[in-house]
Ligand binder design. Structure first.
Ligand code: UD1
Length: 423
């Protein structure tokens, strides 16, 4: 069990480099199941979810190596396994994204049913129904989805909700299907456009990725490609929240402001100054934040992954805010931890009422997932006294060297072992 210790140390200052997007890198790696040969991915973050995806692909016979810290080479041979074991799917729900490419290329898949997690229940009915419309058949046996498809066929699929995972699974299946597939009400996240760009480089014929209608003309065969992962907008948002909470002035190199429009607008409404710079984003926080209401929505709305950061910022802002979660019921588990730090927050169903207090008070708290964990660390920057975030391994799933990077901006954030060494 790992812990991160945070001691307030005044405003942040300096330049930080944002890494590659976790939610893009994992799906790009899964795309290697689609064609034999060698793939070279760059700007891949060194995080444990990437290690888990590497482990999963290794089980299926893909050789994964890391020639440099942010590079991954995947070699997919002629023989490919088709099973995603429970132990890995349980560790990382995104493992389910192998279903589409396995069905498209191998014609069968055996994937453990993902369970619930700290976001509450997360069904995969839209993934399965879309694939079924393309001709796949499913059986659930002993906790595993057993899927088969002799030849997937193009179909017109209308999603009930713009699910990121379902859009990606269908995209990865449709590229090798016979005929044309339309995904309507598709998710529009930049990570989906990145996946489509990679698939097109592999020889796929996809238009409209990044919009609500994606058209995929199936091709006979694909070939491996090289690709550079887009920057992680959620990681960049985390550094913006850090400076919002600690005060100061930072530059986030590599951040893509065009992927973060709504977030930047909201943070501006809260009193931060943020502007594109030649290398990314510049941000200044030199006064108390003001409360604003926040409602999560699929992209380009405010991402649900930003929400723990918003709730944390609002807990020390001037005024009262209503935060509404429209994606995942029950994604408020970290709130009780913020309350232990002195925040004044009430939750009711999908809503949280956050009454800003002057200052939080450092306390021992527990991370329940990646983003909640990161939010508690940045909360510690705005707290009086020491905060210790337990179960910090959740944070390492999605953030590379989080304490080190915050320290490079002047924050006092350490792993518990380093902190006890007098760090
Ligand atoms: C992805 C992201 C996650 C982000 C989320 C929403 C990855 C690895 N994870 O998760 O960080 O918070 O998008 O932006 O990329 N749903 C169904 N049935 C389905 C599929 C989804 O009801 O078959 C529901 C979910 O329960 C949820 C909503 O749709 O309420 C959105 O989920 P989805 O967009 O699929 O999220 P993920 O792809 O799991």
């Amino acid at each position: 069990m790992s812990q991160i210790v945070i001691r307030p140390n005044g405003p942040l200052e300096g330049t930080i480099q944002v890494g590659g997007a976790k939610n893009a890198a994992l799906k790009l790696m899964a795309a290697s199941l689609l064609a034999e040969g060698e793939y070279h991915l760059r700007n891949v973050p060194a995080i444990t979810d990437v290690d888990t995806m590497a482990e999963l692909l290794t089980c299926m016979g893909v050789a994964v190596t890391r020639p440099a810290p942010h590079e991954v080479i995947l070699r997919r041979g002629a023989d490919c396994g088709y099973e995603a074991p429970y132990e890995l799917v349980e560790r990382m729900r995104a493992s389910i994204v192998v279903l589409g490419p396995l069905l498209g290329r191998v014609g069968r898949a055996r994937v453990a049913m993902p369970g619930g997690d700290d976001f509450g229940s997360r069904p995969i009915d839209m993934h399965l129904s879309g694939l079924e419309q393309m001709g796949a058949t499913f059986e659930v046996r002993h906790g595993y989805i057993e899927a088969t498809a002799d030849q997937l066929l193009g179909a017109r699929i209308v999603l009930e909700f713009p699910s990121v995972g379902a859009t990606e699974n269908l995209l990865l299946a449709a590229v090798l299907a016979k005929g044309t597939t339309f995904i309507e009400n598709a998710a529009r996240e930049p990570e989906i456009a990145d996946l489509a760009a990679f698939l097109n480089r592999m020889g796929a014929m996809i238009v409209g990725a990044g919009t609500s209608t994606i058209e995929i003309e199936g091709v006979e065969d694909l070939e491996p490609a090289d690709h550079t992962v887009i920057p992680d907008r959620i990681e960049a948002a985390t550094y913006l929240a850090a400076v919002a909470l600690a005060g100061g002035e930072i530059t986030i190199e590599g951040a893509r402001p065009d992927h973060m429009d709504m977030l930047i607008r909201k943070l501006g409404d809260m009193g931060m100054r943020i502007a594109p710079s030649s290398s990314g984003l510049w941000a200044l926080a030199n006064r108390r934040l003001m409360s604003v209401d926040v409602s999560t929505l699929p992209y380009p709305g405010i991402a649900t992954d930003y929400k723990p950061l918003f709730v944390t910022m609002l807990s020390v802002a001037d005024g009262i805010a209503i935060v509404t979660e429209n994606l995942f019921a029950g994604r408020f588990r970290y709130v009780s931890e913020l309350i232990r730090m002195g925040a004044d927050i009430r939750t009711e169903g999908r809503h949280a009422v956050v009454r800003g207090v002057e200052r939080l008070s450092g306390a021992p708290v527990r991370a329940s997932d990646i983003r909640a964990g990161a939010a508690l660390v940045v909360a510690g920057l705005a707290a009086e006294g020491e905060t210790v975030v337990a179960d910090a391994e959740h944070i390492d799933r999605g953030y590379e060297e989080f304490p080190e990077r915050l320290r490079s901006l002047g924050a006092q954030v350490f792993r518990a072992d380093d902190a006890s060494d007098g760090g």
